[in-house]
Write a protein that binds this ligand. Structure first.
Ligand code: PA5
Length: 445
């Protein structure tokens, strides 16, 4: 099982213990469905409730796309994209995942920006490809995703024919409402439902994440098993001191109270870059509201030790770090000997590259703690489906608890609407006439 080390969190045991009652209360409220946002806690017992039949249905759909596509484009944004990308990148060969190796389709992501060049270059890249599309949107009305889907649907139908397009376009959306649902029903696409009670950023263990991950060739049963084991290991009956979700939630809130307003998620494996991104959204969107919340930042080490390392070591002391530490890499590579030894590094010859990386990790931890940066470590035995499943559930549950302890509703995101309202007013969307007039007057005034 993955472990949490809080011994260098620079917060006293008494302070952490002082959060026990609040954390227990929050976890109980999650369990009883009495917490703020209680209509969005469907993720809590999701891993243990996914049936074997449902997994088979997902696998069969994944197989259809694997057999008929060399490339699959996942259209989605925020919670409808980051989890799938995080897991796929964490498990893929760093250099082969964008180039189809003949075994698994290449997975590409779109619908997560409005970059004209990005979309143009994507459509160019897809010319001549046997591609399929996953249209993922809970609301079914998100502009970024809808734009990409329009382009992809048209190109897929033109390139592959209407009949094949029907086979290789899949919708993952609400059971009844939204344009993605209407379109899927009208066109006869295979579709999967995002449960009403699971919000976007908590949806990676629904078809939102599971289908793309299965299409990429990874074992979703192991991923779900890892999550289910973590669900058990952090259940409400597990004592506070042994429950890593409770501990993480308590330490974060304790540090926040002591003026640590920024949490930096750290990895020492470049493959975890998108796990950082997924975590950033999960915690940032869940807690940043009502004028409160830890700002979530992320770095890839040792790369960013040569950029943000200076700030972390000596900048404003408002930060703490959470390091995801992978104990054992998947491959073995030794530091080479060099006869001339011009760089003076022969003292490392014969050592595993990972040993050097681990010493960079330890050295960084000691330096940052010396510099007044509290440090937590999530210790993960290996980067595989089972451990990623554990990590996903660990972060989700700790996030729910942490947000409730902070005193916010962790399951809504009212602030996301502000930019959309302005954008639609600026673009003159029908129904927004009043807002358009107001925003124009403001800009001219
Ligand atoms: O966590 C969330 O709810 C959001 O990040 C959504 O996932 C994101 O805005 C995309 O929404 P939708 O799935 O409705 O297109």
């Amino acid at each position: 099982m993955i472990k949490l080390d809080i011994s260098k969190a620079l917060v006293s045991a008494e302070k952490v213990a002082s959060f026990e009652s609040k954390v227990t209360e929050a976890q109980q409220a999650l369990e009883n469905g009495t917490c703020a946002g209680n209509d969005f806690v469907g993720w809590l017992h999701l891993p243990s409730s996914i049936s074997a039949e449902f997994m088979t249905e997902l696998q069969e759909c994944a197989q259809t796309l694997r057999e008929n596509c060399d490339t699959v484009v996942v259209a989605g944004i925020g919670g409808s994209y980051l989890g799938a990308r995080a897991v796929i990148e964490a498990l893929s060969n760093s250099f082969q995942w964008l180039t189809n190796n003949g075994e698994n389709p290449t997975i590409l992501f779109a619908g997560n920006n409005i970059g004209e060049d990005y979309l143009y270059e994507l459509t160019e890249y897809l010319k001549g490809k046997k591609f399929g599309v996953l249209n993922i949107s809970k609301s079914g009305t998100t502009t970024e995703t809808a734009l990409a889907f329009r382009l992809l649907k048209k190109q897929c139908e033109e390139q592959r024919g209407k009949e094949m397009a029907k086979k290789v376009i899949v919708a993952i959306t609400d059971a009844k409402k939204g344009a993605a649902r209407t379109c899927a029903d009208k066109e006869g696409y295979t579709s999967f439902v995002i449960p009403d009670n699971v919000g976007g950023r908590f949806s990676v263990l629904t078809p939102v994440g599971l289908l793309p991950i299965a299409i990429a060739g990874f074992d979703i049963a192991k991923l779900v098993k890892g999550a289910a084991d973590m669900e058990l290991a952090t259940a409400a009956n597990i004592p506070f001191n042994e429950n890593i979700c409770a501990q993480y939630a308590a330490v974060r809130n304790a540090l926040y109270q002591e003026g640590k307003k920024i949490e930096i998620m750290v990895n020492f494996q470049p493959k975890l870059h998108f796990m950082n991104e997924w975590w950033k959204q999960l915690y940032g969107e869940s807690e940043g509201k009502d004028g409160k919340g830890i700002f979530t930042a992320a770095v890839d080490f040792s790369t960013d030790l040569h950029s943000m390392g200076q700030w972390i070591q000596e900048g404003e002391r408002t930060i703490f770090e959470t390091v995801v530490s992978i104990e054992e890499p998947e491959h073995k590579l030794l530091f080479p000997n060099d006869e001339e030894n011009l760089d003076g590094l022969n003292f490392l010859a014969g050592k595993r590259v990972d040993e050097v990386n681990k010493m960079a990790e330890l050295g960084t931890q000691l330096a940052h703690v010396d510099g007044g940066v509290p440090n937590m470590r999530l210790i993960v035995p290996r980067l595989d489906e089972y451990n990623l499943g554990q990590m996903i559930y660990f972060f989700e549950k700790a996030c729910g608890i942490s947000g409730l302890v902070l005193g916010v509703n962790p399951f809504n995101q009212p602030g996301v609407e502000a930019y959309k309202k302005n954008m639609f007013a600026l673009l003159g969307k029908p129904g927004y006439e009043k807002e358009t007039e107001a925003i124009k007057a403001r800009l001219n005034g």
